[in-house]
Design a protein around this ligand. Structure first.
Ligand code: NAI
Length: 331
C-alpha cells in the first residue's frame, strides 16, 4: 500500500476549504489509490468552525483519509506536509484600500512562508489560491528561499477551465473535447484568456477553435471579458465567491502537476517567470505548461500575434505594479 501524502489546506474553515477537503479525501486530487492525511489551518475566530469540518470528515468515513490535523497553530499545520494549498487570506472589505489588503496578505504569506520552509517535507509543492494569488505566491517564494522556486505556484486553472467551458457552450461540444486554451498573466481582470492555439476534437479530427467558432469579434471581445469577469458574475449570482469550481480546479492543478498532463495537452499554471515569451523574469505569471515526473515546464515556441502581445504585456505591467506595492508593504 502507498504511504499517505500529507496535504495542507489553509483557510480550511472557509467556503473553498469546505468544498476542497472532501474532494482531497475522496482521491480527486491525488488519485483513488493514494491515501492522504489532511492538515487544516485556520485562525482563532474560525477555530470552532474548523473543528466542525473535522467532525464531518470523520463522519464521512472516507476510505483514503488516514488522519486529520485541524489546528490554529501554523507550525503544527505545516509540519511534514508534502503539498500545501494556501486558501487562507485577508479578503478585501468595503472601503479598504488596495494597499491595506496587500499589506495584510503580505504579512500572512511572509510568516506562512517561513513556517513551510522550516517544517514542510522536502520538495513540498505549494499552490496559492488566496488573492492576490500571484503576488501572495511571490511573497511566499521570497520568504521561503530554501523551497525551490519551481515548487511555488498559483491557481489560474479555474480561469483556464472557464475558458474551455465558454468554448464548449458556444460550439455545443463537450468540454473534455476542448483543449489547449491559455491563461496568460495575473489571476485578475487583466488576465488574457487566449484560444489562438486551442483545438476541439471532432469526428473529422482536431480542429482549431478559431476555425470552428468563425467569429473573431466574439473571440477577441465578449469571450475574453466573460472569462475575465466570471468571478464577479458568480459573486453577483451566489452572493458568495466561486468555491465549488475553485476547489475542483485546485484539484486539477495539483493532479496534473503530480501525475502529469495528458499527451498533447497543456494547462495554465501561475509559475515563476524565467523570461519566456518576454514576460519579465521574477514575476509569478500564468503560462501554458506541460507536466511530467512531478515537474512543470513552460510550453515554448507558440506564436504570439500583435493583439496577444499587448495583452501579455498589460497583465505583466499589473503584476509588476503589484510586486512593487507588495514590497512597499514590507518596508
Ligand atoms: P472565505 O472567507 O470563505 O475563507 C477564507 C478562510 O481563510 C477563512 O476561514 C479565514 O478565517 C481564513 N484565514 C484568514 N486568514 C488566515 C490565516 N492567516 N491563516 C489561515 N487561515 C486564514 O473565502 P473563500 O471564498 O474560501 O476564498 C478564499 C480565497 O480564495 C480568497 O482570497 C479568494 O479571493 C480566493 N479565490 C481565488 C480563486 C482563484 O482562482 N485563484 C478563485 C476563488 C477565490
Amino acid at each position: 500500500a502507498k504511504e499517505p501524502v500529507r496535504v495542507l489546506v489553509t483557510g480550511a474553515a472557509g467556503q473553498i476549504g469546505y468544498a476542497l477537503v472532501p474532494m482531497i479525501a475522496r482521491g480527486v486530487m491525488l488519485g483513488s489509490d493514494q491515501p492522504v492525511i489532511l492538515h487544516m489551518l485556520d485562525i482563532p475566530p474560525a477555530a470552532e468552525a474548523l473543528d466542525g469540518v473535522k467532525m464531518e470528515l470523520v463522519d464521512a468515513a472516507f476510505p483514503l483519509l488516514k488522519g486529520v490535523v485541524a489546528t490554529i497553530d501554523v507550525v503544527e499545520a505545516c509540519t511534514g506536509v508534502n503539498i500545501a494549498i494556501m486558501v487562507g487570506g485577508f479578503p478585501r472589505k468595503e472601503g479598504m484600500e488596495r494597499k491595506d489588503v496587500m499589506s495584510k496578505n503580505v504579512s500572512i504569506y511572509k510568516s506562512q512562508a517561513s513556517a513551510l520552509e522550516k517544517h514542510a517535507a522536502p520538495n513540498c509543492k505549494v499552490l496559492v489560491v488566496a488573492n492576490p494569488a500571484n503576488t501572495n505566491a511571490l511573497i511566499l517564494k521570497e520568504f521561503a528561499p530554501s523551497i525551490p522556486a519551481k515548487n511555488i505556484t498559483c491557481l489560474t486553472r479555474l480561469d483556464h477551465n472557464r475558458a474551455l467551458g465558454q468554448i464548449s457552450e458556444r460550439l455545443n461540444v463537450h468540454v473534455s473535447d476542448v483543449k489547449n486554451a491559455i491563461i496568460w498573466g495575473n489571476h485578475s481582470s487583466t488576465q488574457y484568456p487566449d484560444v489562438n492555439h486551442a483545438t476541439v476534437k471532432t469526428p473529422s479530427g482536431e480542429k482549431p477553435v478559431r476555425e470552428l467558432v468563425k467569429d473573431d469579434a466574439w473571440l477577441n471581445g465578449e469571450f475574453i471579458t466573460t472569462v475575465q469577469q466570471r468571478g464577479a458574475a458568480i459573486i453577483k449570482a451566489r452572493k458568495l465567491s466561486s468555491a465549488l469550481s475553485a476547489a475542483s480546479s485546485a484539484c486539477d492543478h495539483i493532479r496534473d502537476w503530480v501525475l502529469g498532463t495528458p499527451q498533447g495537452t497543456w494547462v495554465s499554471m501561475g509559475v515563476y517567470s524565467d523570461g519566456s515569451y518576454n514576460v519579465p523574469a521574477g514575476l509569478i505569471y500564468s503560462f501554458p505548461v506541460i507536466c511530467k515526473n512531478g515537474e512543470w515546464s513552460i510550453v515554448q515556441g507558440l506564436n504570439i500575434d500583435e493583439f496577444s502581445r499587448k495583452k501579455l504585456d498589460l497583465t505583466a505591467e499589473e503584476l509588476t505594479e503589484e510586486k512593487a506595492l507588495a514590497y512597499s508593504c514590507l518596508s
